[in-house]
Design a binder for this molecule. Structure first.
Ligand SMILES: Cc1cc2nc3c(=O)[nH]c(=O)nc-3n(C[C@H](O)[C@H](O)[C@H](O)COP(=O)(O)O)c2cc1C
Length: 176
């Protein structure tokens, strides 16, 4: 296991995966990280759908115009959802859960990539949310935030460079 400082630096978005499946043990650890993530008022009002069959993953890859085709090669997809009517922090709660899963995946030597679905869709007017509901038959109250593509990476990506960090975006307010 990498220390957290190194884990943060090494996490990159992987979009190429081998055919090897993600083990049940690793999947459980990834979901555990999501279910342990902090939520607004501790309500834990997020929902996840696990998709590991190629047919549905391939269909989900076509849920929006750009940036999702590579999902077709992933052995595992986790749909991150919330209920906007009962949780005004559904985007924040889902985002934190998604990121927790990405760090857990990285720690297990897996690669992952966030695929944005909220506010995305197809040129014919269908939203990515509608397309994914149509494929998976999800409860109507749930809205899709993103899909995480997860698998054993087929590429090697460089750790983030310390020299590229946007320290200029940090406003420092000191006392004097
Ligand atoms: C909110 C959000 C939406 C993203 N949407 C997509 C996406 O739809 N497709 C994709 O390939 N990558 C997506 N990414 C991954 C980013 O492109 C990636 O994090 C960024 O380019 C930095 O690269 P790195 O993760 O390797 O450091 C998304 C990331 C975030 C945080």
């Amino acid at each position: 296991m990498k220390d957290f400082k190194t884990l943060v630096q090494c996490r990159r978005s992987h979009r190429r995966f081998t055919d090897r499946e993600v083990s049940a043990e690793h999947l459980q650890l990834i979901l555990r990280a999501a279910l342990m993530s902090p939520t607004s008022m501790g309500r834990r009002n997020w929902h996840f759908a696990i998709v590991d069959n190629k047919r549905d993953i391939e269909k989900m890859a076509d849920a929006k115009e750009m940036g999702s085709q590579f999902m077709k090669n992933a052995p595992l997809a986790i749909v991150v959802m919330g209920d906007p009517k009962s949780n005004d922090c559904w985007v924040e709660d889902g985002s934190i859960a998604a990121m927790s899963m990405q760090y857990q995946a990285e720690d297990l030597g897996l690669g992952s990539c966030w695929i944005q679905m909220r506010n995305r869709g197809l040129a014919d007017g269908h939203t990515a949310n509608e397309v994914i509901h149509g494929i998976l038959g999800l409860p109507e109250n749930l809205e899709v935030l993103c899909v995480l593509a997860i698998g054993h990476p087929a590429d090697e990506l460089k750790p983030q460079s310390e020299d590229d960090l946007k320290w200029e975006n940090v406003i420092i307010k000191s006392d004097d």
